[in-house]
Design a protein around this ligand. Sequence first.
Ligand code: FES
Length: 379
Amino acid sequence: MSKDELFELGTNLDGVDVAFRRDRWAVKGTRAEKRAERSVAFWFALAGLAGLAFGLIYVFWPKDAKGNGIATGWEYAGIDDPGYLMYTVYTPLLGLTLGLAVLSIGIGAVVYTKKFIPEEVSIQDRHDGGSSEVDKKTVVAVLGDSLTTSTIGRRKLIIGSGLFGVGAVGTMAILPFLGAMIKNPWKGGDKAALWVSGWTPDYPGQTIYLRYDTGRPHDIVLVRPEDLDAGSMMTVFPFKEAHRNDEHALFEELRGIRNAVMLIRLRTKDAEGAIKRRGQESFNYGDYFAYSKICTHLGCPTSLFEQQTNKILCPCHQSQFLATEYGKPIFGPAARALPQLPLTVIKEKGPDGKVEEFLVAASDFHESLGPAFWERKTT
Ligand code: FES
């Protein structure tokens, strides 16, 4: 049986009556047909270019275009910062190129269907049950016929542009996962971004204070032990004295994505019964315990502290950590404890000349912060 006969048999066996069928281009190779082909190729090529643009923006948009240490790219910039415009257009540009690429693929497919797939009106009866061997064979013939009559096989321009467009859109989907392979996250060795935070001293013995965020980077308010009531929590950030007059460094300390720390003052009874991690027995200062605020599941801020149960909650996927047990996860998808910041106090003269106690970090975190990654040794 020829392919056409099998096709007809297939439609008949399926109870399909092809009432009307007409090739879109009875005369092949006309200028109109070529024009139609180019219009499809245009949309696929546009999808490819938009996908390419997405990839270039994603990979090469600078963090610091001016090289002056001030964020002028994808990293957050405040409304008064020089890089504000670059920062504000970054995400919309990604959205625009992604949307344009997907839309162009869709339009290209619709235009192709309208211009090249034969016009057809078919009527089919509904039936139940599985398919017989003959049905399966004829389905293959029908699909083969569809491929032939779609004329895609001889349209090299459309195939090429289609592969370009679909390839670029597919690349967009996996780009975030390839990101770490394109940019070396370990550039800088021990100082690579994943190993350090604002709590990492610039030199051994540097004092790093705990401070509040008042909303104004230059407004430095240090944390004193008496500032918290028992059973309460506050978010604190690092402050290095060397940065006092450096507006940008102060801003970075407050906005650095790995810098936020939950300072918790447990009730004395709870603090006395707290279970500590081996080697980290001295990390708390009295009733004060400090944990990284960056969830070890996917990096959301673990902003909620339940006073009655001493649980720390992450609102993203409901992970719970126990403040009385070294930040250990007790519920939800997070598998690692929240890293604990070692605390101590120093005595210093305050602005009014009186000697006061201030909470400071006794050292850097002893492990890297945030979600797991392959090279991480700690559990
Ligand atoms: S990011 Fe915290 S539970 Fe998922």
